[in-house]
Write a protein that binds this ligand. Structure first.
Ligand SMILES: [Zn+2]
Length: 111
């Protein structure tokens, strides 16, 4: 089914190649339908599968994961899994800057 209007805002849809980025790393150019009004980007199933395959090949698959909060003295500690440690090249003892972005989003910045 061809769409010419955006489902979100009824804006005009154009076909365009998009530099798809995951965690700030480019996975390459992929064809997408893009809304000229709200910027909504839609990939067809075949393209989505290709993007997933490239992400897996680059080791960017499954970096997002659930973790638990544990207690460390009077503070709480959050465990970072090995995939993220390797991807971000984190080291024990390294100082990071931590701040809330909203009430339910915590940002950790590597200096
Ligand atoms: Zn739109």
């Amino acid at each position: 089914m061809k769409r010419t209007r955006c489902e979100e805002c009824n804006g005009k849809i154009i076909k365009k190649k998009i530099d798809f980025r995951l965690y700030g790393i480019s996975l390459g150019l992929f064809p997408a339908e893009v809304c000229t009004q709200c910027g909504e980007e839609i990939f067809d199933e075949e393209t989505s599968d290709k993007i997933d395959a490239v992400a897996k090949a680059k080791g960017l698959w499954g970096l997002g994961a659930e973790t638990k909060i544990s207690k460390s003295g009077t503070s709480l500690a959050i465990t970072v899994n090995k995939k993220i440690v390797d991807f971000m090249n984190l080291k024990k003892g390294e100082a990071v800057y931590i701040h809330p972005e909203t009430k339910n989003r915590l940002v950790i910045e590597i200096q």
